[in-house]
Design a protein around this ligand. Structure first.
Ligand code: SF4
Length: 556
């Protein structure tokens, strides 16, 4: 059978498969998980190498058709937004009949979902792309290096495909799928995300073995782009950013069995002078509140008790539907969904952070008492050069508002040191801001100039050694603050979602509602996914140590 025809039939069969599962009345990610044998709430992540479950009514011919689609390997660089985008990309591919694998060896399609926020991140991606040059995939030999894929996938399957590849030889036609035949026997290689958007077709110049370049603002076109590759196109791009669409998919393949991410706003209109995001992710586009809440209900029905609403500036959310829900109202509505115990949100922009959000946290226990509020610098002069749209004093007013809340709110931040023109005095102001705010955590970075940003042309660059010196001072100062803040909590008890089990007996770990890491001992019967009360017995700068005396506390 011709591949084009086979693809058409496969697509029809795949549609049928999705419809079958949808008929079960389950939320979409569970549907996919059952289909593929990956993470199911409350169970360890399982291999993707399982056969399609017969109980879903998928007939042997359909299983065979889906099997022929091939496999994909997806690796994510960067932030939670990227992680969640990857979950959705994986959903799109799984819905098309691909299976996710854990090693590149086993993949017909290799995708890197990239980050370009800092120079180092971009360099890392290019270095990884360099490892994929065809000379390194010689003849009958394929690399065996396994790379992490957010913890999921089926390694066993890789062995089977690798051997099949070896038998066929480099450049051979693969009997099981169209993918490699479209690229002369090599796997399809795709670059997604921010670096793809930033570098565009330049990536083809630097790495001619890449076949797909697609920015996040064009992810809705991904199935179509993949289709073009499947039917023989050598190179395809999706690089438009002028869109008012968000990337909503019917199927999301979630990696975290406890916490479900939901992007509620994409892109950014803030135009900070150092930041590539407005260029790489396009303008702000919010998702309709009804659609978000429907997904939260589906997640709750699937067994998730914690959701995290995501956006580059999540609190700039502007409901495009007639309901015109404010962000704070959306938080409350999500927390009121039956089965949802925790609602988190990140990242907030200081300009749009209002009293209504603090009031929502005060009033609704299900909204986690943690706010990530990037400041970037403690100096108003630097903030102005960064085009951050607030002064030091205005930022501190937001902090005072949170500190006055009835619930203690944990506050974390992002800081850049060595921005062009940052003087010793400016840096001292950043240090004094740390002292004034007493953050519970801070991600701090050296400034690195990025393409397509206004700060690229700014003078007064700070030497690298000086940036490193300032960064080291800042990290040490913040470390001591965190140590003191965590030591205050010794003797108190917190509810912890149990997310990990140590190899050491009776040792567990999880997060408090304020997002603090808790490592604890328990003789109880709890298991992963339970909520337990843990009493703090010790503290380090980055985590709490505790003991749990009881079993799980109920989930309402
Ligand atoms: S708010 Fe500024 S730093 Fe944050 S994504 Fe938008 S432009 Fe970038």
């Amino acid at each position: 059978m011709e591949w084009a025809e086979r693809l058409r039939q496969g697509a029809a069969l795949q549609k049928k498969a999705c419809g079958k599962v949808r008929d079960m009345g389950n939320p979409f990610d569970v549907r996919l998980e059952r289909l593929t044998g990956t993470a199911v709430r409350g169970l360890p992540v399982r291999s993707t190498s399982q056969e399609l479950p017969g109980q879903l009514g998928i007939t042997p011919p359909l299983q065979e058709e889906i099997r022929k689609r091939g496999t994909f390997y997806l690796e994510t660089f960067g932030c939670q937004m990227n992680e969640h985008d990857s979950e959705k990309v994986a959903g799109v591919l799984l819905a098309r009949g691909y299976r996710q694998v854990e090693t590149m060896d086993a993949a017909d399609v290799i995708l890197y979902n990239t980050c370009s926020i800092r120079e180092k991140a971009a360099q890392k991606v290019f270095s990884r792309l360099g490892e994929l040059r065809p000379e390194d995939w010689p003849g009958n030999h394929r690399r065996s290096a396994a790379r992490p894929t957010n913890g999921n996938g089926g390694a066993n399957e890789g062995v089977e495909w690798s051997e099949s590849w070896v038998r066929q030889g480099f450049g051979g036609q693969r009997e099981n799928g169209p993918c490699k035949s479209a690229t002369h026997g090599r796997p399809i290689i795709g670059v997604l995300g921010c670096l793809a958007q930033q570098e565009g077709e330049e990536i083809f110049e630097r790495a001619p073995w890449v076949n797909l370049v697609c920015g996040s603002a064009s992810y809705r076109k991904l199935p179509q782009l993949i289709e073009e590759l499947e039917t023989g196109n050598r190179r395809v791009t999706g690089l438009e950013t002028d869109t008012d669409e968000t990337f909503e998919t019917e199927i999301t393949r979630r990696d975290n069995p406890w916490r479900a991410y939901l992007t509620i706003i994409e892109g950014c209109d803030k135009a900070c002078s150092y930041c590539v995001v407005p260029f790489t992710r396009g303008p702000e586009r919010s998702r309709a509140s009804g659609s978000i809440l429907q997904e939260v209900r589906q997640l709750a029905a699937a067994g998730y008790s914690e959701v995290q609403l995501l956006g580059q500036t999540v609190n700039s959310y502007a409901d495009p539907s007639g309901r015109k829900m404010r962000f704070s109202e959306l938080l409350v509505a999500a927390a009121e969904v039956q089965g949802i115990r925790r609602v988190r949100f990140t990242t907030s922009h200081p300009r749009d952070f209002g009293t209504d959000i603090v009031e929502a946290i005060e009033a609704v226990p299900g909204i986690c008492e943690h706010v990530h509020l990037p400041v970037q610098s403690g100096s108003t002069a630097v903030l102005q050069a960064m085009a951050r749209t607030y002064t030091r004093d205005e930022y501190l007013e937001k902090i005072a508002m949170m500190r006055a809340a009835k619930r203690e709110i944990s506050i974390t931040t992002d800081i850049i040191v060595g921005f062009p023109g940052e003087t010793d005095k400016d840096f001292e102001e950043t240090l004094s801001l740390l002292d004034a705010v007493q953050y519970d955590g801070a991600f701090s970075f050296k400034y690195s100039p990025r393409p397509n940003t206004p700060s690229l042309k700014m003078e007064d660059a700070i030497p690298e050694e000086e940036k490193s010196r300032r960064l080291a001072i800042l990290i040490e100062r913040q470390r001591e603050i965190q140590r003191a803040r965590n030591e205050r909590l010794v003797g108190k008890a917190f509810e912890v979602l149990v997310e990990g089990k140590s190899r050491r007996e009776n040792q567990w770990s999880g997060h408090t509602s304020a997002n603090r890491v808790m490592n604890f001992t328990s003789q109880g019967e709890e298991s992963l996914g339970d909520y337990v009360q843990v009493k703090v017995t010790g503290a380090t700068p980055n985590s709490l140590v505790g003991i749990c005396h009881g079993g799980a506390v109920g989930t309402e």
